[in-house]
Ligand binder design. Structure first.
Ligand code: SAM
Length: 288
C-alpha cells in the first residue's frame, strides 16, 4: 500500500514518544484537550472515499475490523457517515467514535447501533483492541506542532501492527483537504484532495496542511518546493482547462510526476484517483 520501502519512510520523532504507561485504562484521564467541536455533514466525504478505496482491502482482511473516529466533534454525523461508507466495502466493520468532551459523547450516544458506538477518550485510544484504522480529522490542527508530532507517535503505538492512521484537515465544507496516512512504522503518504471549483492554484490547499507540515511551507523546505512546482505545472497545463478542470488536474498530475514521486497507479494514484481531484505522494518526498 505504501509508496516507499519502510526504511525510506521518515518515522515520527521518537524523542516525543509519550510514556506508554499513560495509555488509558478505563478510568484514566483521556490524553489530549477539548477543542472546538466544529463539524459538518459530508465534509469528510473525500477522505472517506479514499479510505474505502485504498484501505478497503485491509479492512476486509480482518474479522471483524475495528475502526476509530477520533475527535468526532459536536455531532455524531461524520462518524455515522464513515460507518455507512465503510460498511459498503466491509460489512463486518465496527466503528467507535472517540471524543474527549463528555458532553459530545453523551449527545452522540442515542445514535449508537449495531457496529457503531461512541466513547469518551483521547489519543490513548481506549477501545477493546488495537484498531486497524483510525481517522482523526481536524483534531491535531488545534494543537501545537511539537504536540502533533508527539501525538502521532502515541497514536502509532496504539494501532494494530498492520493498521493505519489517517490524520488530516479540511475546509469547513470539505472542498479542500489534505491527510497523512501513518502506519505503525511511521508516516507513509500525503494526499491532497480538492473540489475543482474550490481553488485557483494547487498551493491554495496549503492552508489545510496537517499541523506537522503547515509551518514548513517556506522556502528551503520540500513541501514548499513541491507546492511551487505543482503551481508551475498547473499554469503550464492551463490550455487543458478548455476541456474542464478535471482534465487540467489530470494533465498537471502527469507533468508533475516527471519530477516528483507522485503515485501514478491504483490504489493511490493514476487517472482513477486524479479524476476525483486527488493527488498522493510519499511522505518522504515532503517530510521536513
Ligand atoms: C474540529 S472538531 C472535528 C470534528 C470532526 N472530526 C470533523 O472533522 O468534522 C475536533 C474535535 O476533536 C476533539 N478532540 C481534540 N483532541 C482530542 C483527543 N485527544 N481525543 C479525542 N478527541 C479530541 C475536540 O474536543 C473536538 O470535538
Amino acid at each position: 500500500m505504501s509508496l516507499t520501502a519502510p526504511a525510506d519512510r521518515r518515522a515520527g520523532r521518537g524523542a516525543h514518544v509519550l510514556d506508554p504507561r499513560s495509555r488509558a485504562g478505563a478510568r484514566a484521564r483521556p490524553i489530549g484537550m477539548i477543542t472546538r467541536g466544529t463539524t459538518g455533514q459530508n465534509r469528510l466525504r473525500r477522505c472517506d472515499r479514499w479510505i474505502a478505496a485504498v484501505y478497503g482491502p485491509l479492512l476486509r482482511s480482518a474479522a471483524p475490523p475495528l475502526v476509530v473516529d477520533l475527535g468526532f466533534g459536536a455531532s455524531h454525523v461524520t462518524t455515522l457517515e464513515l460507518f455507512t461508507r465503510l460498511r459498503r466495502v466491509c460489512p463486518s466493520v465496527e466503528v467507535v467514535g472517540v471524543e474527549i468532551d463528555p458532553a459530545r459523547v453523551a449527545a452522540a450516544k442515542p445514535y449508537e447501533r449495531e457496529g457503531l458506538s461512541f466513547t469518551l477518550g483521547g489519543f490513548e485510544l481506549p477501545v477493546g483492541r488495537p484498531p486497524l484504522l483510525v481517522r482523526a480529522f481536524n483534531v491535531l490542527r488545534q494543537y501545537e506542532e511539537e504536540a502533533a508530532w508527539a501525538h502521532w507517535d502515541l497514536l502509532r503505538s496504539g494501532i494494530h501492527p498492520d493498521g493505519v492512521i489517517v490524520e488530516g484537515t479540511c475546509s469547513e465544507v470539505g472542498h479542500r483537504a489534505t491527510w497523512v496516512a501513518l502506519g505503525a512504522e511511521g508516516p507513509r503518504t500525503l494526499t491532497f484532495a480538492a473540489r475543482f471549483t474550490g481553488f485557483e492554484r494547487p498551493s491554495d490547499l496549503a492552508e489545510r496542511l496537517p499541523k506537522t507540515l503547515i509551518h514548513r511551507n517556506v522556502p528551503g523546505e520540500r513541501i514548499h518546493a513541491f507546492l511551487t512546482d505543482w503551481d508551475r505545472a498547473w499554469a503550464a497545463c492551463a490550455p487543458f482547462g478548455a476541456f474542464g478542470m478535471r482534465q487540467r488536474w489530470i494533465k498537471t498530475a502527469e507533468l508533475l510526476a516527471r519530477d516528483w514521486p507522485v503515485a501514478t497507479a491504483p490504489p493511490l494514484g493514476g487517472r482513477s484517483r486524479w479524476r476525483l481531484g486527488e493527488l498522493t505522494l510519499p511522505w518522504s518526498a515532503v517530510a521536513p
